[in-house]
Design a protein around this ligand. Structure first.
Ligand code: FBP
Length: 553
């Protein structure tokens, strides 16, 4: 395979580390003793995680701990959607293991959690790791969304851990995958399998965060990639002056990606799902707001604009939220009868007659494509596959009919032509920005430090991210601390609580203060491509979201 010039140069990039992780292994000491509690539903979470619950927060500092130099055998899994920097987590883990003891071994389980249950694995040698340093993608071992949930899957995981003499498994994943990691840690502890489980916070969606996890990796690079593209489209819109561009952006539930891109690019409209839910806006009301901007700009001769639509919007519109949750429950309850249907009209008719009258009416009012997209298979964690629901097209069709009404009433005399886009997969495997390259490498090495320190059931935590990397703090947060009980697949399950956009948080407030102006004027901002080499103020900047959140504390 021939290498691009950037790929060659990126192999040589040396990621920056927190000072404590630059020490030799025996000088890294973990500490912490305050018991912790789950974010909600404490009793129910504690009853499920009998061995894991209440562990203290851990932080690393300079000290003395000869046990850190033990030779270890560790397995690693990439789980869920790709996020830039995954390869660097593995490189950091590998380098940590070898720093601790040159005889340590890293085993990669292929294709996600299913690789562990099936023992589909490869030893990750220095030569393999070197081919993936500082590159995007998860192709070093592949990823998958298999959920380890049946007693057989847990037993198989334990058998593999024992047979391979694993000291630990590292699960690099989002909220669902790390929920699974916590369940695995609990199973191993309950069954005296001497294998620790450590999670690493991955997801471009940015919704796996809290006080101790300031960002999930991949969010930085993905939002910078989308912002470059949105800026380019804004410039095209302002040049051609003939299209309204409707851009759906990934981020399954939370609107962090859309909000960050709005802060970067200053589009005319950016919908924020959490606000739509809070204000209980109907889809018609959301579309009316977009029309207000279109009408106001048309009155100034600007028949062009850019609208950002978060991928998960539909699940936050109250009437659709109820519809989707009823569909989830009935598809789970009638799975067998539904699976026997082999034609789309029969599927639509089947669910329509099971919905209550009002929901059936709403479902019946939707274009057939959207009806089908709403009943597509859920992912293994019970989530609707929102990346496959064309909300941006649904919005355009409602906006078009509203504009023709306004035209009839003499309230609008502009021209409306639209283009729709979906940016998601374009950003998930980009070369990690310097921030993600450094952060991921640190998270990986920190995961090794947690394992060598004897911890299990923790999420790798690297904090102080607004500061230069040498000042970052390394440690671990108990997975159970992030849990609550939610309804999935028609039943109540312990899950890591998603961090949604906070409407009183600094990033949303910064956006809210400006959006009225952006809706009418052309205030576009063009971030350009990610820069990897050059001054730190261009190359090493974290997201606006992170900067605003940290400034607000
Ligand atoms: P994770 O939560 O697994 O990181 O998923 C991120 C994501 O990119 C979402 O933004 C998107 O909705 C989903 O994955 C798409 O899933 P798939 O890759 O299965 O199409």
């Amino acid at each position: 395979m021939s290498l691009s010039p950037l790929q060659k140069v990126r192999y040589g990039y040396q990621p920056k580390l927190p000072a404590v992780l630059q020490l030799n292994a025996a000088s890294i000491a973990g500490s912490g003793n305050q018991p912790t509690a789950a974010v909600a539903d404490q009793d129910s979470v504690q009853a499920i995680f009998v061995h894991q619950y209440g562990k203290p927060l851990i932080s690393f500092s300079q000290g003395s701990n000869p046990a850190m130099t033990r030779a270890l055998t560790v397995g690693v899994i990439l789980s869920g959607g790709q996020a830039p920097g995954g390869h660097n987590v593995i490189a950091g883990l590998f380098d940590g293991l070898k720093k601790g003891n040159k005889d340590s071994v890293l085993i990669g389980f292929r294709g996600g959690p299913g690789g562990l249950t099936d023992d589909n694995s490869v030893e990750l040698t220095a030569a393999i790791i070197d081919e993936y340093r500082n590159t995007g993608g998860f192709d070093i071992i592949g990823s998958g969304r298999t959920k380890i949930e049946t007693p057989e899957q847990f037993a198989k995981s334990a058998a593999v851990a024992k047979a391979r003499k694993l000291d630990a498994v590292v699960v690099i994943g989002g909220d669902d995958s790390n929920t699974n990691a916590a369940l695995l840690a609990e199973y191993f502890a309950a069954n005296t399998v001497p294998c620790a489980v450590i999670g690493v916070p991955k997801t471009i969606d940015g919704d796996l965060k809290n006080e101790y996890i300031e960002a999930s990796f991949g969010f930085d690079t993905a939002t910078k990639t989308y912002s470059e593209l949105i800026g380019n489209i804004e410039r095209d819109a302002a040049s051609a002056r003939k299209y309204w561009h409707f851009i759906k952006l990934m981020g399954r539930s939370a609107s962090h990606i859309a909000l960050e891109c709005a802060l970067q690019c200053q589009p005319n409209v950016c919908l924020i799902s959490e606000e739509v839910e809070e204000k209980k806006l109907t889809l018609a009301a959301v579309c009316n707001e977009i029309c207000d901007s279109i009408v106001a700009r048309a009155a100034k001769g600007m028949n062009f604009g850019v609208v950002l639509v978060p991928e998960g919007l539909i699940e936050f519109i109250p009437e659709f939220k109820t519809l989707i949750s009823s569909l989830n429950d009935l598809l789970a309850a009638k799975a067998e009868a539904y699976a026997a249907l082999n034609d789309n009209s029969a599927r639509i008719a089947f669910v329509s007659q099971l919905l209550d009258a009002e929901l059936s009416k709403l479902y019946g009012s939707l274009p057939q494509d959207i009806q089908l997209q709403l009943i597509m298979d859920r992912d293994p964690h019970g989530n609707v596959q929102v990346s496959r629901i064309e909300t941006e097209k649904l919005i355009v069709s409602i906006v078009e009919s509203r504009l023709s009404e306004l035209k009839k009433n003499g309230k609008y005399s502009g021209k409306f032509s639209s283009q729709t886009h979906f940016f998601g997969y374009e950003g998930r495997c980009a070369f990690p920005s310097n921030f993600d390259a450094d952060y991921c490498y640190s998270l990986g090495m920190n995961a090794w430090a947690l394992i060598a320190g004897g911890y299990s059931g923790y999420l790798s935590s690297v904090r102080n991210l607004e500061k230069p990397a040498s000042q970052w703090q390394a440690g671990g947060i108990p997975l159970t601390m992030m849990m609550n009980i939610e309804r999935r697949h028609g039943s109540d399950k312990p899950v890591i609580k998603k961090a949604l956009v906070e409407l009183d948080g600094a990033p949303f407030q910064a956006f809210a203060a400006k959006r009225a102006q952006w809706a009418v004027e052309t205030s576009y901002r063009f971030p350009g491509a990610i820069q990897y080499y050059g001054p730190a103020e261009i190359c090493d900047q974290p997201t606006e979201t992170l900067k605003l959140e940290k400034a607000g504390k």
